[in-house]
Write a protein that binds this ligand. Structure first.
Ligand SMILES: Cc1cc2nc3c(=O)[nH]c(=O)nc-3n(C[C@H](O)[C@H](O)[C@H](O)COP(=O)(O)O)c2cc1C
Length: 252
């Protein structure tokens, strides 16, 4: 079983690729927490790096999983370039559950947070050129049930960036805010938010208090009604992995 967390499809695309080759199923992490996964021979965890750490909501999801210590557990982190402490942190979370993280690697793909800094993630599509070679290595090593932790080192800077106060600051600055004048109440953000953190009131989107800053709503809104980091969204900066359709990211 390959479990994923994904705002704009990079992690979903990688999860699907691994699942296809290993003949496994994919499931969102948000759904997996309600399942008994103890009979799974293999558990893959695919998620993005945020501020060199796991997305704020993901550690609790992983802690809540029901998995067996006998399963072969591996992770692939997607990131703009740096996974930071993701793998080190994940290893510790799993260790507390008595689970060994057997294998880890990272894949560099377009940085979906670029638009929050006035840059365009779609200008980073060239990063996909290196993905097939990395995926070939990952799949070969997973097929061999390799016990190798690539990119599992600890960095003090990444650790500092993962402190709760810093994370709260990141969520405060980058957390999407709705411009009610632009919102048409189309419901896309409500359905694409993996955290179920957006609802409609009087046909306007309202964000709640458990945003994990995946930016799914910002990238998917057809009216560009969300701001992030105080920046108005520009249509040409909205990003989704080229192999992933909007419907793939919508909650059931
Ligand atoms: C809030 C936020 C913080 C991010 N921080 C990092 C980072 O520290 N290092 C990095 O290489 N990429 C970073 N990124 C980029 C994402 O890790 C990358 O685009 C990822 O593939 C997105 O996955 P998704 O499409 O499955 O949501 C960040 C993205 C967001 C939204």
């Amino acid at each position: 079983m390959i479990l994923y967390f994904s705002g704009t499809g990079n992690s979903l695309a990688i999860a699907r690729k691994i699942a296809e080759v290993l003949d496994e199923q994919v499931m969102p992490l948000t759904e997996a927490v309600q399942q008994d996964l103890t009979s799974e021979k293999r558990i893959g965890l695919v998620f993005p790096s945020y501020d060199f750490n796991l997305p704020p909501a993901v550690p609790a999801m992983i802690s809540g999983l029901t998995i067996s210590p006998k399963s072969y557990v591996f992770t692939v982190v997607t990131c703009g370039s740096m996974a930071g402490n993701c793998i080190w942190v994940l290893r510790r979370i799993l260790c507390e559950k008595g689970i060994e993280l057997a294998y880890s690697h990272k894949v560099s793909v377009p940085d979906n947070s670029a638009l929050a800094f006035g840059r365009n993630p779609n200008k980073q599509l060239g990063k996909f050129a290196r993905v097939p070679a990395r995926m070939e290595q990952i799949i070969r090593e997973l097929q061999a049930e390799s016990h190798t932790l690539h990119y599992s080192w600890f960095s003090l800077l990444s650790w500092l960036l993962g402190r709760p106060a810093v994370t709260r600051g990141m969520i405060h600055c980058m957390g999407p805010k709705v411009n009610p004048d632009k919102c048409t109440g189309c419901n896309t953000c409500v359905r694409v938010c993996p955290m179920e953190n957006i609802r409609l009131t009087d046909q306007k989107a309202i964000t709640g208090d458990h945003c994990t800053v995946c930016l799914a709503c910002v990238h998917a809104c057809p009216q560009q009604a969300f701001t992030t980091n105080g920046l108005q969204t520009r249509k040409e900066r909205q990003y989704r992995h080229p192999d992933i359709k909007l419907k793939d990211l919508l909650r059931k």
